[in-house]
Structures are given as structure tokens and as C-alpha cells.
Write a protein that binds this ligand. Sequence first.
Ligand code: ATP
Ligand code: MG
Length: 258
Amino acid sequence: MIEFQDVTLSFGEKPVLRGLCFRVRFHEKVAVLGGSGEGKTTVLKLILGLLRPDGGRILVDGQDITVMSESRLREVRMKFSIVFQEGALFDSMSVRENVAFCLREYTRLSDEEIEERVRGLLRRMGIEEAIDLMPDELSGGMQRRVAIARSLAACEPRMMLYDEPTTGLDPLTADNICSLINELSEGEPPERKGLIIVTHKVTDAAKVAERFMYLKDGKIAFDGDITGLMRTEDPELRRFIAELLPHRPVSAGGEDER
Ligand SMILES: Nc1ncnc2c1ncn2[C@@H]1O[C@H](COP(=O)(O)OP(=O)(O)OP(=O)(O)O)[C@@H](O)[C@H]1O
Ligand SMILES: [Mg+2]
């Protein structure tokens, strides 16, 4: 379980999170929606202890990570697999080296074992043939797949974290990535590996998530399932999720929404 208790964070004078509260269990499939700059990436960084909040507590498995030492945080990070925004591959390394990076860094596997594991992951992502290519030789969709393979390489995570995994991709490639995301989180709770996807692409969020949180002004302005999301009366949230709604949005009371 991940628990944010009244978390506040400012960058300089600028408040980003203003008393953020939520609980997410490891097997849940959650989308964090919100406009640009609302703090979505910041939330993922806080979960991993890459940032510390100014106030409040963040519990992972019941332990407060805001006061943890770096060495204990490393153990917490092993529970998660993260695919950063834009894939963020190492440009000067081949696909093989990108995926192998954490295995070399954090494990004592032999070269043969690493090669086998890297190939296995790339095969699972459907891009084994790209193993010797450099990142700039790959399409955007392939780069995301490599990034997912790399995030899975070092550990068997309890939960997957994705930061805008489909942004900037054509609709078909984005759809393939969504299928992949669903495959990695298949099965039934509580055994399955859950996910948190941070995105402003609501149609992609709807393909992979069962719970939706809308981040607005540093707080959760909505938290619910797809039915609740589509019935929201919040005019701004309705505009945000317009792609999901029927063309002429009508509120629950039957009045025109404008
Ligand atoms: N290291 C930092 N130093 C200063 N300001 C930062 C830093 N990281 C984030 N911010 C600011 O905090 C706010 C939230 O940033 P964040 O990256 O979490 O937004 P986001 O919701 O992920 O946006 P996007 O949809 O554009 O990725 C932004 O206004 C950003 O400028
Ligand atoms: Mg972001």
C-alpha cells in the first residue's frame, strides 16, 4: 500500500502539492490525471523517494519513506518499476546496454545470464531484433518498449509506474503500448501487479486503469471509477475528459452542460 498523508511540496515560492491525500494498494490499476504542471511526475518521484515533501507523510508498506536513509530507500525502490516520461534511454548505449544497465549495476549475474535476461525481456516486448540498435535508430514506440524492458530488468516489482507512456505516439502505437501495459498487470487482485499511470491522455488511461484520480491545485479533485468519472459534474474535469464523453454532454439531471 502507498499512502500519502497531507503531503505538501513547493518549489521555491511555488506550491505544487497542497495537502495531498490518497491510498493506493499495490494491485490497483490507477490513472493519475491532470493538466501540465499539476504535479503528476512529482507524485511518482515522491513515491520513489527521489524527492522529499515539505510536509506530511508518505508510507509505503506502512513505512514512512520521507525520513528514510538512501540505503533503505533503495529497497523501497525495488518494489516498483518505473518508465519515465519520454522513455529516457541512455543515448550513447545500445538497446542491449540500456536494458542490461541495472542488471550490471545491481546484480551479480554473469554476462551470459544478463544476455539471456535482456533477450527474454526484449522478446516479451516484441523487439528482440532491435537489440544491437542505438536509441536514435528506434521509433518512439520502440523506445517506450525498450524503456519498459529496462524498467523490468532489475527487479520483480510489486507495482509498475508509468509517466506519460503513450504521449507523443501515434494512436496505433499508443494502443499497442496500452496492451503491453495491460499484459504486465494481468491477473486478479491481490496477486496481480498493479500500476499507476500518469497521463493527460484520458482515452489511454481508460484502457488500462480501473480507478481515476484527478490532480488539481495540489489535491485530489476526483477519485473514482470510470462510471463516476463520466458522471462528474465538475465542469473543468468534464472538459478534461471530453474525449471520453458522448458528443453532446448532458448532466445527470438532463440539463445541457453548455
Ligand atoms: N526540480 C524542480 N525544480 C523546480 N520546479 C519544479 C521541479 N520539478 C517540478 N517543478 C515544477 O513543479 C510543477 C509540477 O511539475 P510536474 O513535473 O510534476 O508536472 P506534471 O503534472 O508532471 O506536468 P506534465 O504534464 O507537463 O509532465 C511544475 O510547475 C514544475 O515547473
Ligand atoms: Mg510530468
